[in-house]
Design a protein around this ligand. Structure first.
Ligand SMILES: NC(=O)c1ccc[n+]([C@@H]2O[C@H](COP(=O)([O-])OP(=O)(O)OC[C@H]3O[C@@H](n4cnc5c(N)ncnc54)[C@H](OP(=O)(O)O)[C@@H]3O)[C@@H](O)[C@H]2O)c1
Length: 255
């Protein structure tokens, strides 16, 4: 079925009737994922921390595709808010079928320069918040539920110094994903993790000071786009027989 909404024409996709929550969906990979899932037919909630205007822009773009959308301010570093976003999504959109644990912060630098505050913040946002959102989502999901987590190519290959804290936190998400697959598989819920390579976003701009070196580390010699990562997330959101698996979308960074 094809529907036209203003300037956008959408096709009823594989996620028609599903509700997705994309954490950190106001910008970058999360925003691209929210739009891609909406194009596949899902209604979408996005969380943000400071970017209210950007999040509302994503909501308008999803609505222009004929889907329902809501922006939620929920700090992933706050335990209650990280878990609470799941309930707010279900209240606003009538359930939860797909959780995309996208939110993540990157604190890179020499080991000796990382403060206790850095350690606590990165682990709170990148690990504890993901765990708590997942726990809340799993409690609500029924058969067909999907948990998709964004890791990093630095869990596969660390090409230079400065990545201890970031790689440690993201690597924990691989263990979480595999254990979730075993625990939730009997309920028909899948869990997978996607490892982006260098992707052009505010976090890691393709014209930034370290960009050329990162592009050179990939087999394809370039940065990826947020849409390229989003398309893997969309595949996993629609896949029934894929769970506990890691997917690199990294231009060959880990090759
Ligand atoms: N870009 C890359 O090269 C790359 C490579 C590998 C992995 N990744 C991973 O991909 C994911 C997305 O990265 P990105 O490059 O798209 O990042 P980004 O451009 O910095 O966007 C981050 C998003 O997360 C939100 N956010 C940040 N801290 C938050 C918090 N405490 N609570 C709620 N929302 C918060 C931001 O919201 P506001 O607008 O409110 O700030 C924004 O929507 C991250 O997990 C990152 O580690 C990225």
């Amino acid at each position: 079925m094809t529907t036209t909404h203003g300037s956008e024409t959408t096709t009823q996709g594989t996620l028609h009737g599903k509700v997705a929550l994309v954490t950190g969906g106001s910008r970058g990979i999360g925003a691209a994922t929210a739009l891609r899932l909406a194009r596949e037919g899902a209604d979408v909630a996005v969380t943000y921390l400071n970017g209210k205007d950007a999040a509302e822009e994503v909501v308008r773009a999803v609505q222009a595709l004929g889907r329902r959308a809501v922006a939620l301010r929920a700090d992933a570093g706050d335990a209650e808010e990280a878990a609470g976003a799941v309930g707010l999504t279900a209240e606003a959109l009538g359930g939860l079928d797909v959780l995309v644990n996208n939110v993540g912060v990157g604190v890179l630098g020499p080991l000796e320069g990382l403060s206790l505050g850095d350690v606590d913040r990165v682990l709170a946002v990148n690990v504890r918040g993901v765990f708590l959102a997942t726990q809340a989502a799993a409690a609500r999901m029924t058969a067909g539920g999907r948990i998709i987590t964004i890791g990093t190519c630095m869990t596969q290959r660390v090409p230079g110094p400065g990545g201890t804290l970031y790689a440690a936190g993201k690597s924990a998400l691989i263990g979480l994903t595999k254990a979730l697959a075993r625990e939730l598989g009997p309920r028909g819920i899948t869990a997978n993790i996607v490892h982006p390579g260098p992707v052009d976003t505010d976090l890691n701009p393709a014209d930034g000071p370290y960009a050329a070196g990162q592009a050179a580390m990939t087999a394809l010699g370039r940065f990826g786009t947020a849409e390229e990562v989003a398309s893997m997330v969309a595949y996993l959101a629609g896949a029934d027989y894929v769970t506990g698996a890691e997917f690199s979308v990294d231009g060959g960074h880990s090759a």
